[in-house]
Design a protein around this ligand. Structure first.
Ligand code: M6R
Length: 648
């Protein structure tokens, strides 16, 4: 590949049909809704530079987000689209590019975080359509891709990958083959797809432009002089331009080197606002947040959407594509959940749900204890391994032990292609996107959601009369918006954190599911703010831990469960009577705790005790973050801790 400042002719033979018109100029950029990065990285460039070099550089600037494969498509002349892609690090793709030294005035590139299919060369983006006329990169999930794939298979299409992206490419290509302009083909195809996605596509038949479409997943268009570009996230654009326009939902953009036209799904040309980016590169990598932990806490509404995408159908039935057959779910007589750290705490939530709702006996083990504990395992039991990284050595060893004993194994894992994901008999992915901060926040949330989906799936298979699946599925569908509201307590949590920054000990107390969630919240505080914590079910306080409460001791109460609120109110009083400071988290549909505690924070009620308790983790994640910040701690990389624990 040629390096340096050469410029390459851009075959901009299309007439400029309109440019982005400047609406109101926004001098300082706040974090707008919808600018939270999706899972994968998107890059694209059209203009006089060597587009392949620019796009490769843009992908490098998105590396911090995590990925497991990458690829680039470019046009050399107008004869054919060239696609180069590789599993693994960008350096693998870089080696390929160095061999070929490609030059082009237009290119698109993608770094993939696997969700459909393992991180392989074949599954990496870009993907072609049937006729190799167009090429596509994509973020997000096309929820109805299986349905579309069946339709295409019946028409004789064949597929090289397991991805929803290739299906989307074929849907666009099929429209394009009807003779409509590329922009119209994308528009028609976008109307057929459900889910949260962002696409960028170009064609050898309309060679000097790319077309971008957005539905929920972020897409930003960078505006240059005689050159334009697209990216999923700001850092990819910063070396080239600071002028951007954020594509809104249900919008299509046609990008050439001369201009950008934004239309809606009916083809109406729209005005798009231009922003001036004022962040530096480091801040931009974190989406404007000071730390990844905070960014990941704020990503959680999107994580809920991604995690549920395609898993609840229009009849409110839960679909877990990769789980066991119905016969297996009928047969399982006991569940053993095995995990570490936050994943173990998610496991406790699983036990709560499985035993309470399904009456299915469930035990939760620390992986390190399980493997050396000579566990009793019945042949019809199911071992569930929960892990963000999928590489935690103790969990992996426990999994291998179960396999030796011929016990069925199910993984709940975030990283596709990881050891635990590969070695479990079946794996359901949490689809939370890369988690970079050592302290787990969004992955924990997604693990708890998958456990709920699993419980509903089992209830569905077993046709359990007492469980109203439709109602629960409806609650899950509304959860992302409630979670966004729960994040609004941040200012108050910041104040509490400031007031409590010198805390020497913090209690975390609750009952039922609240006890499990506060246990997770305690781990967050320990990990990032280095505050010693004592977590236990609130009813246990009198049996010993209460002796530790003294003037000013911080006590955090999860109090979302209406069945035990009265009892919890008494526990709050016991703490206050000994001089403790009580922070209480409850739901916004109940006034019975008004005036209880020193600070009362409310999260939106969901109608489900499980989800109410889960939402309470949000203010407590924020508390841990802001307390750590007030104490001047490292936050994203706490002392002596690692993101993935691959040694015993
Ligand atoms: O990757 P895993 O989910 O298997 O990791 C398990 C624990 O190491 C992890 O949850 C750890 O406790 C986190 N740092 C908690 O924030």
């Amino acid at each position: 590949m040629r390096r340096g400042g050469q410029s390459y002719p851009c075959s901009c033979d299309v007439q400029q049909r309109g440019v982005v018109r400047v609406g109101c100029f926004v001098p300082t950029l706040s974090i707008a809704a919808g600018t939270i990065p999706g899972m994968c990285g998107i890059a694209g460039y059209v203009g006089p530079r060597n587009a392949v070099e620019v796009v490769f550089d843009q992908l490098k600037r998105l590396e911090y987000r995590g990925y497991d494969s990458a690829g680039i498509a470019y046009l050399n002349g107008t004869d054919a689209i060239h696609v180069l892609k590789r599993a693994g690090k960008l350096s693998e793709l870089g080696r390929l590019l160095d061999e070929k030294t490609p030059e082009s005035g237009i290119a698109i590139g993608h770094s993939r975080w696997a969700t459909h299919g393992a991180p392989t060369d074949e599954n990496a983006h870009p993907h072609h359509d049937r006729y190799e006329d167009i090429v596509l990169i994509h973020n997000g999930i096309v929820e109805n891709y299986l349905e579309l794939k069946q339709e295409l298979l019946r028409e004789g299409h064949t597929f090289r990958s397991e991805t929803d992206t290739e299906v989307a490419a074929h849907v666009i290509g099929r429209e394009f083959a009807q003779g409509v302009p590329l922009e119209e083909a994308v528009r028609r195809a976008a109307k057929r797809m459900r889910g949260a996605f962002a696409f960028v596509v170009f064609s050898r038949r309309e060679p000097a432009k790319f077309v971008a479409a957005r539905n929920f997943s972020p897409l930003i268009i960078g505006l240059g002089e005689g050159e334009n570009m697209v990216a999923s996230d700001v850092p990819a654009l910063l070396p080239y331009t600071r002028r951007v326009t954020y594509l809104e939902d249900d919008r299509i953009a046609v990008v050439t080197c001369e201009g950008v036209t934004v239309t809606d799904l009916d083809g109406k040309v729209l005005e798009a606002l231009v922003d001036e980016i004022q962040w530096d590169i480091e801040a931009a990598e974190k989406g404007g947040y000071e730390h990844f932990m905070l960014k990941e806490i704020h990503e959680q509404p999107d994580v809920v959407r991604q995690c549920l995408a395609g898993r609840i159908d229009e009849h409110a039935r839960v679909r877990l594509d990769n789980a066991f057959s119905e016969t297996v779910w009928q047969e399982v007589d006991r569940v053993n959940i095995i995990a570490c750290g936050s994943a173990y705490h998610a496991g406790l939530m699983g036990k709560y749900l499985f035993e309470r709702e399904l009456r299915l006996p469930t035990d939760v083990f620390y992986s390190s204890e399980f493997r050396y504990g000579d566990p009793l395992l019945s042949p019809k039991s199911l071992a569930v391994f929960i892990s963000q990284s999928g590489e935690t050595i103790d969990s992996l060893a426990a999994l291998r032990l179960c396999k030796q004993r011929r016990i069925r194994t199910l993984g709940i894992v975030n990283v596709v292609g990881s050891s635990i994901a590969r070695e479990c008999d079946r794996t359901v992915f949490t689809q939370a996107g890369p988690e970079i901060s050592v302290a787990s926040t969004k992955a924990y949330l997604a693990q708890c959601l998958v456990l709920e989906l699993l419980a509903l799936h089992i209830a569905q298979v077993r046709e359990m009369p007492g469980i109203r699946i439709e109602q629960e599925a409806g609650r899950l569908s509304g959860l992302a918006d409630k979670l966004a509201l729960a994040l609004e307590v941040e200012g108050r949590m910041q104040e509490v954190a400031q007031a409590q920054k010198d805390a020497r000990l913090a209690f975390f107390l609750g009952r039922n599911a609240d006890a499990h969630v506060t246990r997770e919240a305690a781990l967050k505080l320990k990990e990032v703010a280095y505050v010693p914590t004592q977590e236990c079910p609130a009813g246990e306080m009198k049996h010993g831990p209460l002796a530790l409460i003294e003037q000013g001791t911080l006590a955090v109460f999860g109090a979302t469960d209406p069945e035990v609120r009265d009892k919890l109110a008494s526990n709050v009083k016991e703490v206050q009577a000994r001089g403790g400071y009580a922070l209480v988290v409850t739901t916004d549909d109940d006034g019975s705790l008004d005036g209880v505690g020193d600070e009362l924070v409310r999260v939106p009620a969901t109608g489900s005790p499980y989800l109410d308790a889960l939402l309470a983790v949000v203010p407590l994640q924020l508390l841990a973050y802001h307390l750590a910040r007030a104490r001047g701690c490292e936050i994203d990389q706490p002392r002596t801790l690692a993101k993935s624990v691959t040694v015993e």
